[in-house]
Write a protein that binds this ligand. Structure first.
Ligand code: CA
Length: 233
């Protein structure tokens, strides 16, 4: 799931960003209408979180332009404008839902989940590899049915490898996945994350291993015959 947050308050953007990443979704944040337009033109988002009072204009104008372009991406307005007339104007401009500040971050996340349930990405099946199962709509990873707690970066990495289980996933694509969590990646950030994920998966009966393809990337392969306690070659 990839979300766009259009919010000029740095403090609120940081708070919401943390909540969204904890939920296991990717988030891009912009603070102006111009940057929002560029982001929407460049990327297909599953959900747009739209503040209305922005430094270079009104979020409603952006919303109307998006709908005029026949772009049906779900939009949740988050704003301090809370009168009945203002809510109606927001929904009539094309918003799918409307949340008035201040709000509780748990209600915010519940509304995001409700909207994402209707998105085509949410209809994707649960990913399976070895004894692992990953549900993209809830961001829950399990091994033999037991939930595995992973930090967001390692979870995103695991999801990317599971999507292409048995196939090489190029370094570049994995680095892009991680760059959602870290704006400045160090040269070995990917290798460190892979090594942490490997350790975590070795601690449970995952039925998979992550192989290094030197210089090219990584691939996750199933090793179901290798029972717990077996040696790693
Ligand atoms: Ca604002």
């Amino acid at each position: 799931m990839r979300l766009l947050l259009v919010e000029d308050s740095v403090r609120l953007a940081a708070l919401l960003g943390e909540a969204v990443r904890e939920a296991g979704w990717h988030l891009d944040t912009v603070g102006t209408l111009a940057d929002a337009e560029a982001a929407i033109a460049a990327t297909d988002f599953d959900l747009i979180l739209l503040d209305l009072g922005l430094p270079d204009g009104d979020g409603l104008d952006l919303l109307r332009a998006v709908r005029r372009a026949a772009d049906a991406t779900p939009v949740l307005i988050i704003t301090a404008r809370g009168t009945v007339e203002e809510r109606i104007a927001g929904l009539d401009a094309g918003a799918d839902d409307y949340l008035v500040k201040p709000f509780h971050h748990r209600e915010f996340l519940a509304r995001c989940r409700a909207m994402l349930r209707r998105s085509p990405t949410a209809l994707q099946p649960v990913l399976m590899a070895g004894r692992l199962a990953y549900d993209p709509s809830t961001a829950v990873l399990t091994a033999s049915g037991e939930a595995i707690a992973l930090p967001p970066r390692e979870r995103a990495l695991c999801e990317a490898l599971m999507r292409d289980v048995g196939r090489l996933v190029p370094r570049r694509r994995l680095e892009t996945t991680l760059s959602d969590y870290d704006s400045e990646l160090t040269a070995n950030a990917l290798d460190l994350s892979v090594s942490r994920l490997r350790k975590r998966l070795e601690g449970v009966e995952s039925g998979v291993e992550i192989a290094t393809v030197r210089g090219l990337g990584y691939l996750m392969r199933e090793c179901l015959d290798d029972e717990a306690g077996g040696e790693t070659p």
